[in-house]
Write a protein that binds this ligand. Sequence first.
Ligand SMILES: [Zn+2]
Length: 311
Amino acid sequence: MSNKWKIFWVASLALVVFFQACGIHSWQEILVSTSNEKQMGREFDSLVKRGDKSVMSADESIFTPQTPAEQELWDYYQARAKEVVYAIEKKDLDALLPSGKECNKQTCNKDNFFEFKIIRSKTVNAFAVPGGYVYFYTAILKDFQSESELMSVLGHEVGHVVKHHSRDRIVKAYGASTIIDWLLGDGIGATLASIGAGFWLTSNSQDDESESDELGFHYTHKIGVSSQGLSDFFGRGLKSYNAEAGGTCNEKKESSILDVFSTHPPSCERVNNNTIRIIQSGQNLQTHPKNRPEYYVNGKNFKELVAAAGI
Ligand SMILES: [Zn+2]
């Protein structure tokens, strides 16, 4: 081995040891720091706040509560989201939070890092962008049949943030050098505008989806609400899903319908995997109800709060 190669290998090994010592696990993490992620998320959110047409269609707008009933729903949504954030493992949270003053000029903590928003829209979807910004459309809130569905999808989206899936997707889609240019220059807002909301709504990889499903399960189980909401929500898009028969569906019967949901694949496989997790955990509807009565607001469960708000 020549000296050049020796130096190369020793340097590479030293880098690996250095990254491990610093808790760095991937090259995306080296390229885009947690502060950079926060910056990206903040820029994206400012586009949403001003209703920029690059991220919102003409009939969409940011939801701010206008009536007492909307306020009740908003407070409920924020409180449930906070429960999910509090269920994140400490090591995951530590790896997520930027160390500088990135959260409204304060050091980020579990109370101020995540921001959960609602967008008035007819689209049934939810998505997360880097830096802890999570968006739910009013149409998905209306579609949920129970608190369990809300909590499962909240858990799933928080899972995407915890695992930095959006960061990794954007690095993969736009390449290292483009990302470095954005972060060094001041053009990130314009670039995010050109990417638009469409990018964040396109399909995650199956691996990312199952990883987030698993984390979503973990959070709902820890919180004490039924984890079947994930199966129920995605199962509604599947012909052979049977909530009563233990929340399973027949994988052989589903091939024809899957294309329709290609943007957010509700496959039998993920529904059945979720059911297996539920069975293995020993949770049932007595230990983990689909609607927890202790969180009803003036006698109303989640679905009734949505109906009262008339969103
Ligand atoms: Zn997802």
